[in-house]
Design a binder for this molecule. Structure first.
Ligand code: P6P
Length: 338
C-alpha cells in the first residue's frame, strides 16, 4: 500500500504503535472527531438545500447570531465525544462555560479535555464559502476521577497533546498533528473514508501571500500598516499577493500549502483582536510550528501565552517563519509592548 492511499483509520493505528505506552484513548478521540466531521460535512454540503440556513435565534457568548449550522455542529461534536466517554471535559466557542463530563461510573477517569470552534467562519455559510472545525486537545491537570475545573482548560498552548482542523471546502479534509508532523487526509464522500493525501505538511521556505482584512486598515497598529506597505512594495519577490477568504481555516490551509502569513491584529475597536486564544490561535499555532512555521501576537509566541479566560482574544500573526518574523520586526520597531 503506498503512503498516499493509507486511510486515516490505518494511520491512527500505525501512529499509536509509535506511542508504546498509549492507552488508545487519544486514537479513539481522534476517531470520534473524524466521525463527527463526516456528520457535519454532510449537513454543510447541503446547507443550501434545507432550511438549516439563517440564524437559530440564539446568540453565543461572542454576541454573534448563531447560524443554525453553528448550533448543529456544536451539538454533533459534543454528543459524539460525550457518548463515547472519551474525554472528561469540553470547551466550545458556542458554550458560555466548559462542560464537565461524568463517566459511566459517575466519576470520570478519562484524561483528555477538548477545546473547539465547532464551525469557524460560519458567517460564510450563506454565501457558500468554505468553513471549518478547529480542535485542541490537552491532558487534564486536576486529579483523575474528579470533575474538571477551569484550570484544565486554561493551559498554555505549549501543553497541547494534539490539535487540528477540518476544512469543509471543495473537498473535505482533516489536518492534524499529535506533536510529530502535520498530516492531511481527504474525505472520499462516496465511501465515507478519509485518505492520507498530504503527508508531513510543511510551509514552503518562502511565502508571497498575505491574508488580512484591509478594510480595517485605519484601525491597525502602525507596525501592521508598515508591514502591509512592505508587502505591496515593488522589490525582491514583492509585491505579495493579497488573499483573504474570511475563514481562518481556509486562509491558514492555503497559506500552509502555498506559503503565506495570516494576520488578525489588535485594532482600535478590538484591542485584543478578534480571534480566540484557546480554540482558534493555539491549535493553529501548534500546527504552524510543526509545519515549520511560526505564530505570535506580534511580540510573544502564541503557545507561551498563559490563558486567563476561556474566551479571551489575542492578536494573531501566523504563517511562514520568515514572513512572521518580518512582521514582528515592524511591530517591534514601532511599538514596544508595555
Ligand atoms: P473579519 C470568522 O468569523 C473568523 O473568526 C475567522 O475565521 C476569520 O478569519 C475572521 O473571523 C474574519 O473576521 O473581521 O475579517 O470578518
Amino acid at each position: 500500500m503506498t503512503q498516499h492511499n493509507k486511510t486515516l483509520g490505518e494511520f491512527i493505528i500505525n501512529k499509536q504503535s509509535e506511542f508504546k505506552y498509549s492507552s488508545g484513548e487519544l486514537s479513539r478521540l481522534i476517531n470520534s472527531i473524524r466521525l463527527a466531521g463526516k456528520i457535519v460535512n454532510h449537513e454543510v454540503n447541503k446547507a443550501g438545500l434545507v432550511d438549516i440556513l439563517g440564524t437559530a435565534g440564539a446568540e453565543n457568548i461572542q454576541g454573534e447570531d448563531q447560524q443554525k449550522l453553528d448550533v448543529y455542529a456544536n451539538e454533533v461534536f459534543i454528543n459524539t465525544l460525550v457518548n463515547r466517554e472519551i474525554v472528561c471535559g469540553i470547551a466550545s466557542e458556542e458554550e458560555d462555560d466548559f462542560i464537565s463530563i461524568k463517566g459511566g461510573n459517575s466519576k470520570n477517569d478519562n484524561k483528555y479535555v477538548v477545546l473547539m470552534d465547532p464551525l469557524d467562519g460560519s458567517s460564510n455559510i450563506d454565501v457558500n464559502v468554505s468553513v471549518g472545525t478547529i480542535f485542541s486537545i490537552y491532558r487534564r491537570v486536576t486529579p483523575s476521577g474528579t470533575p474538571v475545573t477551569l484550570e484544565d482548560f486554561l493551559q498554555p498552548g505549549n501543553q497541547q497533546v494534539a490539535a487540528g482542523y477540518i476544512v469543509y471546502g471543495t473537498s473535505t479534509m482533516i489536518v492534524y498533528s499529535t506533536g510529530h508532523g502535520v498530516n492531511g487526509f481527504t474525505l472520499n464522500p462516496a465511501i465515507g473514508t478519509y485518505y492520507l493525501s498530504h503527508p508531513n505538511m510543511k510551509f514552503p521556505e518562502k511565502g508571497n501571500i498575505y491574508s488580512v482584512n484591509e478594510g480595517n486598515y485605519i484601525h491597525f497598529p502602525k507596525g501592521v500598516k508598515k508591514y502591509i506597505k512592505y508587502c505591496q512594495e515593488e522589490k525582491d519577490n514583492r509585491p505579495y499577493t493579497s488573499r483573504y477568504i474570511g475563514s481562518l481555516v481556509s486562509d491558514f490551509h492555503r497559506n500552509m500549502i502555498k506559503g503565506g502569513i495570516y494576520i488578525y491584529p489588535s485594532t482600535s475597536k478590538n484591542p485584543n483582536g478578534k480571534l480566540r486564544l484557546l480554540y482558534e490561535c493555539n491549535p493553529m499555532a501548534f500546527l504552524a510550528e510543526r509545519a515549520g512555521g511560526k505564530a505570535s501576537d506580534g511580540f510573544t509566541r502564541i503557545l507561551d501565552i498563559k490563558p486567563t479566560e476561556l474566551h479571551q482574544r489575542v492578536p494573531f500573526f501566523c504563517g511562514n517563519t520568515e514572513m512572521v518574523e518580518k512582521a514582528e520586526k515592524f511591530m517591534n520597531k514601532t511599538y514596544k509592548k508595555e
